[in-house]
Design a binder for this molecule. Structure first.
Ligand code: UD1
Length: 419
């Protein structure tokens, strides 16, 4: 089991090119199943979750080769429609293969994703929507067996009770080759949904309205392969900016998606950091001690403050002057990282959905365990700003979403090694 050893107290300073987005790469890799040809994906992040998605593609008969940050996926032959439980369990977002397999072959057998570090992860909205599209779904003994009557689903009018990212993606993936038109009301508006739709359009799909609450998909018989560049990772961006703010440093983030990061940047700016943006670059300077954020930071679906950035911003705010309050509205168990931050000296009180952060002057290094992907990154951010040495274990959580985090931080002058 690998660990990160961090000697805190150094200001991060320098330039960093942002990795490609994990949350775009995964559904786009699944979507390549619909093309029945070759897709070349540039800016694909090298992450354990991406390799898990590649293993699923291999298991159903596709070839997937990586060369640096380019993935080439050949889905001309799909020989299998059953995805084993062990592969499904490797990452929770494997459920996205359900819509893609249905769109591609008209059937699939997958397993029910269990709960995860963030709490129960129901898929009731995914299943209800697919049923509305004429998919026969048998759900029992941990398996979900899906079949369409004539080999493809049919368009439907679907209203989601909550703008779920995964449900919106699964519906789109099933709808692009369905018979007729699908309308999704109260669709998720996350930038990664637009990236998935951009990819599908490049493959010949007819989709409009992505980025808004009403998405319309007109089914097409066939899609073709394409070459596509995956968008930058706005959450990795939020993480490196938070780490820099936490260490009172200075950074130029390049290859960034500035507009998509606006909901995060506008909150970060309230801490007193100077932030300038130009084209795909974000410059941040954090001179003296940060200020607490005065307004409650409520996590909301996009374009609200992203739940995935809650933990990393918290890591910066624990040494800010004054009290900040988070309100987590997306996931039930998303404060599991707070115990580790408290162990480092933070003053955090969790009361239901709220976390109250009273700024302390300094933190001290500690041995902690990553609890989940973003929580683990928050521990790394806190450790970088703490006095002395920290040891973070269970970093397989962190490797799911950050491409060589230690190299990125070292490039900025941080003292971090992986052992
Ligand atoms: C995606 C992101 C994740 C991010 C989340 C919210 C990927 C791979 N993951 O996860 O990083 O934190 O969006 O921005 O893109 N829900 C139900 N029933 C359903 C579906 C969802 O109750 O059928 C609930 C979930 O339990 C959760 C909330 O809706 O409380 C949001 O989930 P959702 O938007 O679906 O998130 P994911 O797609 O799982």
């Amino acid at each position: 089991m690998q660990k990160l050893i961090i000697n805190g107290g150094r200001r991060l300073r320098g330039e960093l090119s942002l990795q490609g987005s994990k949350n775009s790469a995964l559904p786009i890799m699944a979507a390549s199943l619909l093309c029945r040809g070759e897709c070349t994906l540039h800016n694909c992040p090298k992450l354990t979750d991406v390799y898990s998605a590649a293993r699923i593609l291999n298991c159903v008969g596709c070839r997937c080769n990586f060369s640096g940050n380019t993935a080439v996926i050949d889905s001309s032959v799909i020989s299998e429609t059953v995805i084993s439980e062990s592969l499904m369990r490797e990452m929770r977002s494997s459920i996205i293969f359900m819509g893609a397999m249905l769109g591609s072959t008209g059937e699939c057998s997958v397993s029910v994703p269990g709960g995860c570090e963030l709490g129960p992860r129901p898929i009731d909205m995914h299943l209800a929507a697919l049923r509305k599209m004429g998919v026969d779904i048998r759900d029992g003994g941990g398996r979900i067996v899906c079949r369409t009557q004539s080999g493809s689903a049919r368009g439907a009018r679907i209203s989601l009770s909550f703008p779920s990212v995964g449900a919106t993606e699964n519906i789109i993936l099933c709808a692009v080759t369905a018979e007729g038109e699908t309308v999704i009301n109260n669709a998720a508006r996350e930038p990664e949904i637009c990236d998935l739709c951009g990819f599908l359009r490049a493959c010949g799909a007819d989709i409009s309205g992505d980025g808004e609450s009403r998405i319309v998909v007109k089914g097409k018989k066939r899609l073709h392969g394409c070459e596509y560049r995956i968008m930058p990772d706005r959450i990795a961006g939020a993480t490196y900016l938070s780490m820099t703010a936490a260490t009172r440093g200075e950074i130029i983030l390049t290859n960034a998606c500035v507009a998509e990061m606006e909901p995060f940047l506008s909150v970060l700016e309230q801490t007193g950091c100077s932030i300038y943006t130009r084209d795909d670059r974000i410059y941040l300077r954090s001179g003296s001690r940060l200020k607490a954020v005065r307004d409650r930071i409520r996590t909301m679906p996009h374009p609200g403050f992203p739940t995935d950035a809650q933990a990393v911003l918290m890591a910066a705010l624990i040494t800010a002057e004054g009290t900040s309050v988070f309100e987590e509205n997306i996931f039930n168990c998303r404060y599991r990282h707070t115990d580790a931050l408290v162990k480092m000296g933070a003053d955090i009180q969790v009361l239901g959905k709220a976390a109250i952060i009273k700024g302390v002057p300094s933190l001290s290094g500690a041995a902690v365990e990553a609890t989940d992907l973003r929580g683990g990154a928050a521990m790394a951010a806190a450790a970088l700003s703490a006095e002395g040495m920290s040891e973070i274990s269970r970093i397989s959580h962190i490797d799911r979403g950050y491409e060589k985090i230690e190299e990125a931080v070292r490039k900025l002058g941080g003292d971090i090694v992986r052992i």
